[in-house]
Ligand binder design. Structure first.
Ligand SMILES: [Zn+2]
Length: 639
């Protein structure tokens, strides 16, 4: 590392040249002007961000920095050495809002206060971590890479810093991040100490720092961190090497494994490395791991991680509903990986997973009013269940205001704030519409306005406000669940998930895509024992569930058929959940015929008798748990 200077004129276009074949160029900061995603972003500004700032202050995250400015500092507050990251994630979210001119009251003050503290607390050599910088800390800097999370902290610092530099034109945090990153490169670079962080995250950030600064050392460092795993560089104690994805070199992993968030962050970082190096063997690994994950390890909601033990992913087809861990951070991590795989290839299948996660496994992590959070996101709640929310017991029966390990809430904050980054991309003379949201997309070549009520409705109208001067393609994503798609009223066929409309466009010209959204019934793979004999209900990208409040019979006794699901009434009136579309349908009631847990299988034993037919209402899964803590099911019995 020869310089701490960063380039002037930072670009949102990720300035570095991508060498991956087929890569698209993301179009960041698309302005979302209406619809569900806009409601989420407004809620983030008005409710979640002020709440997060209040909680960060109350939990001591700010005090942990302040105290280092006085002699004989008071003790670090909190249990974990990575609590600075909750500030960084919040700063990242604030940077998008401040940059867009949409930040709420107090946001700018908090941003400036924390950035000022970070500048003052950073050590002369660049090191920055409020846990380890305490002279009284039980461990010294870099002493415990397995659990110290120092490089994980650095990763979140870099991401916040790049957001501030790009969106606000404020490089103060970037100067701090570069100084710390340079220290890490001096210590762990090529031919130096062969350390890696116990928690991947810094890989993604270092590649982005390379894009931001043009300094290739950061890309090399990210690549080193990916390939150093699996070579015995971490000290393992209570958790197995698999937990850290450290039992095998990354390129030899047979499947996604171990701690879910660590795994998906690592894969996302490796995809970034591939994007900038074009290393085909790395992509072949990513491609294999991705397909295996989607085919065997993702919940219907897009959630990843079925084990509370070790917050781990679990075996293939090990996907229990009531014990789904499906951490909110893992949902964000899968979206990060999915987006990068899309950017690397232009593949629509990655975006199908992205939106499945976005509208289900991710969105469910936040309450409807925006200030309570799930850490784990099960697909079933039994009537006598106590929601444990990660490793914590007691307290709230559903979502809670904050956690002792609060990784998820500020992750939600930053992700909501950057949703406009995942709407569109461009390649040569083609615009890719990745996500349907009301808004305006501008590129050098054209500007289009998108009008839609997606995901509640599959009609999408595009109007060209500024036309290209040459033939240009608009590529509309057709999700795998969409059949009988029409364009301007005529049947239209998608190729590999894209409907391509290429022509000489005129200003004011419109096209209208119609994605039919019938109510769908989903079965499970026969090896997925936990949901055998049950059906999952979905419409468009939304998974639905039944809560006890909406059924006159116990939800565990309800039986649905494909015919009844197809005949469901789509209703907009939903008490307590304004704006949501509910599904109303008839279900049979089939209570257990006998109290035995394991009745003997005998020839001629009668089928479970259906005693009644009742009207039930299904609500979008992401909205469950907002009207009291009662039983809930995504998978409903079919027998
Ligand atoms: Zn989390």
């Amino acid at each position: 590392m020869t310089t701490h200077q960063v380039k002037d004129c930072p670009t949102d276009r990720a300035g570095a040249v991508r060498t991956a074949a087929g890569a698209v160029v993301p179009l960041p900061a698309v302005r979302i002007t209406g619809g569900l995603l806009r409601q989420w972003q407004d809620r983030n500004r008005q409710s979640t961000i002020p709440h997060a700032i209040e909680q960060l202050r109350a939990a001591g995250n700010v005090d942990n920095l302040c105290r280092l400015l006085v002699d004989d500092p008071p003790a670090y507050r909190g249990r974990y050495p990575f609590l600075d990251t909750d500030l960084y994630k919040t700063l990242e979210g604030l940077a998008y809002e401040i940059g867009a001119g949409s930040a709420g009251e107090g946001a700018r003050e908090f941003f400036d206060e924390v950035v000022g503290l970070l500048e003052q607390v950073q050590a002369e050599d660049g090191y920055l971590n409020s846990f380890f910088q305490d002279p009284a800390a039980t461990k010294k800097p870099w002493e415990d890479l397995t659990w110290g999370h120092e490089l994980y902290n650095l990763g979140h610092l870099i991401q916040a810093a790049i957001a501030a530099n790009r969106r606000m034109g404020d490089r103060r945090l970037l100067d701090v991040a570069v100084k710390f990153a340079d220290l890490a490169v001096r210590r762990f670079g090529q031919g130096r100490e062969e350390g890696i962080c116990g928690h991947p995250e810094v890989e993604m950030a270092l590649v982005e720092l390379y894009r931001e600064t043009g300094d290739r050392d950061y890309l090399t460092q990210a690549s080193l961190f990916v390939d150093r795993r699996g070579h015995g560089h971490l000290q393992h104690s209570i958790f197995s090497p698999e937990y850290f994805q450290d039992h095998l070199p990354f390129r030899e992993l047979p499947s996604v494994i171990g701690h879910a968030v660590r795994m998906a962050y690592l894969a996302a970082g490796a995809t970034d490395v591939y994007l900038e190096t074009g290393d085909r063997s790395l992509f072949e690994t990513l491609d294999r791991l991705w397909d295996d994950m989607v085919a065997t390890k993702l919940y219907l909601t897009g959630g990843l991680g079925s084990r509370h033990s070790d917050e781990a992913i679990g075996d293939r087809y090990e996907l229990p509903s009531e014990r789904a861990y499906s951490e909110t951070c893992a949902a964000i991590a899968v979206m990060q990986w999915a987006w990068r795989m899309f950017v690397a290839t232009g593949g629509a299948k990655y975006l199908d997973v992205f939106e499945r996660v976005l509208f289900n496994a991710y969105a469910v992590g936040l309450s409807a009013e925006g200030s309570a959070f799930f850490y784990d996101n099960p697909l079933q709640r039994r009537p006598d269940h106590e929601q444990r929310s990660g490793a914590e017991t007691g307290g709230e029966s559903l979502r809670r205001a904050w956690f002792r390990c609060p990784c998820c809430p500020p992750n939600i904050v930053r992700w909501m704030a950057q949703l406009g980054d995942y709407v569109a991309a461009e390649r040569h003379d083609a615009l890719f519409l990745a996500l349907y949201a009301e808004g305006r997309i501008e590129t050098d070549a054209l500007a289009v306005t998108v009008e839609t009520a997606y995901p509640w409705d599959g009609d999408v109208q595009l109007t060209v406000d500024r036309a290209p001067s040459r033939p240009y393609a608009i590529k509309l994503r057709v999700p795998a669940w969409a059949h009988d798609v029409t364009l301007d009223g005529a049947p239209a066929a998608a190729e590999d998930g894209w409907l391509t409309v290429e022509r000489n466009w005129n200003e004011g010209e419109s096209i209208r895509l119609h994605l039919p959204m019938p109510v769908r019934a989903h079965l499970s793979h026969p090896h997925l024992d936990a949901t055998r004999g049950a059906v999952g209900i979905a419409r468009g990208p939304l998974v639905y569930c039944v809560e006890q409040q909406d059924s006159p019979a116990p939800v565990d006794d309800l039986v649905l058929s494909a015919e009844r699901i197809a005949a469901a009434d789509i209703s907009s009136s939903m008490d307590g959940l304004p704006g949501a579309l509910a599904l109303r349908l008839a279900a049979d009631v089939a209570p257990a015929p006998a109290p035995e847990l394991y009745p003997e299988l005998t020839a001629g034993r009668p089928a479970i008798e259906r005693t009644a037919t009742v009207p039930v209402t299904l609500i979008p899964y992401f909205l469950w748990g907002n009207r009291g803590s009662e039983a809930m099911r995504v998978w409903v019995r079919t027998q």
